[in-house]
Design a binder for this molecule. Structure first.
Ligand SMILES: Nc1ncnc2c1ncn2[C@@H]1O[C@H](COP(=O)(O)OP(=O)(O)OP(=O)(O)O)[C@@H](O)[C@H]1O
Length: 299
């Protein structure tokens, strides 16, 4: 497993008697090389959970196992520092963490900090730029002279430059325009499918990411209320509403269509494109396409 949680709870506490349990006895398994979406309303515990994945937070109860490292309360594992390189954590608005005067200096900072030679770090920086679909000439540009989308990608590249096996991203598409959001999801999916990295993405917005993740985890008040495939989630989107999340429009339309035409037994259409193909197949002229629309898996 890339990540395994056994009965994990996390309680925030300060020196007074104030305590707040943000996560309650979570059990979770994330397979290596998969793409996992985590969603939940504000305050449901998403960011707390992410910080357990690379040891920034240690569980107050239970056991977290990430790659070959076990993290539990009170334990000082010498492997924890190495884990920070192997599990890259990209916070919300990562561009706020860029502070050098060139993109390259920002990208080589992490790798050099973890002991790579300058040459190796520069190679990693160039590879990370390529993985994020950015031209190499931007390496010499001041990060603050990039467009919003380029800056977000460069900031993710600065984590990717450390060659992490697991990449954890908190709301990576927040504030981007629809085209940039789509591009970023495609790039992240490539890191998973072509390079075998485990990609964990926290989001409030399910619409674009829903079909791309291999599995979804929904959190409500610090507990897991759903764990399963996008198709399983598509079959019963009411769980999204129970978690305070908006049901993606394509799914709403799919369920209206399914009840009108008695298609409830079919795999749900998760995107506008697959929904359009299914609708076209329902028309008399497109009836012959019905099987292929179903086969398309209504992704
Ligand atoms: N440093 C902290 N000290 C005390 N309580 C905290 C702290 N950070 C978070 N909490 C509380 O823990 C709970 C979970 O917070 P968390 O940030 O993990 O939620 P979230 O799902 O990421 O929210 P959002 O979507 O708004 O970022 C919330 O009730 C929050 O108020």
């Amino acid at each position: 497993m890339a990540v395994e949680l056994q009965q994990v709870s996390y309680t925030y506490a300060d020196r007074s008697l104030w305590r707040h349990t943000a996560l309650h006895k979570l059990d979770l398994h994330i397979k290596p090389g998969t793409m996992v979406g985590i969603a939940g309303a504000t305050g449901s515990g998403k960011s707390t959970l992410l910080q357990l994945f690379n040891g920034i937070l240690k569980p107050t109860e239970g056991k977290v196992r990430v790659l070959d490292v076990t993290i539990q309360a009170g334990e000082k594992s010498p492997k924890l520092l190495g884990l920070r390189r192997r599990v890259g954590l990209v916070f919300q608005f990562p561009e706020q963490q860029m502070f050098e005067d060139t993109v390259e200096k920002d990208l080589i900072f992490g790798p050099q900090n973890f002991g790579m030679s300058p040459e190796e770090a520069k190679q990693r920086a160039a590879q990370a730029m390529e993985d994020m679909g950015l031209p190499l000439e931007l390496l010499q540009r001041n990060p603050f002279r990039l467009s919003g989308g380029q800056m977000r990608k460069a900031a993710i590249a600065s984590v990717l430059a450390m060659d992490p096996e697991v990449l954890v991203l908190d709301e990576p598409t927040a504030t981007l325009d629809p085209v940039s959001r789509g591009e970023l999801i495609t790039l992240l999916e490539r890191l998973c499918r072509e390079q075998g990295r485990t990609i964990i993405i926290v989001t409030h917005r399910m619409d674009e990411l829903l079909p791309f993740a291999d599995s979804w985890l929904l959190l409500k008040d610090g507990a897991i209320t759903f764990e399963g495939s996008p198709q399983a989630l598509g079959q019963d989107p009411s769980v999204l509403e129970r978690c305070g999340l908006t049901v993606p429009q394509s799914l709403r339309y799919w369920h209206a269509l399914a009840s009108r035409f008695g298609l409830e037994h079919e795999r749900p259409c998760l995107t506008a494109a697959s929904l359009a193909a299914r609708i076209a197949a329902l028309s008399p002229a497109g009836a012959g396409n019905s099987a292929s629309a179903r086969e398309e898996g209504c992704r």
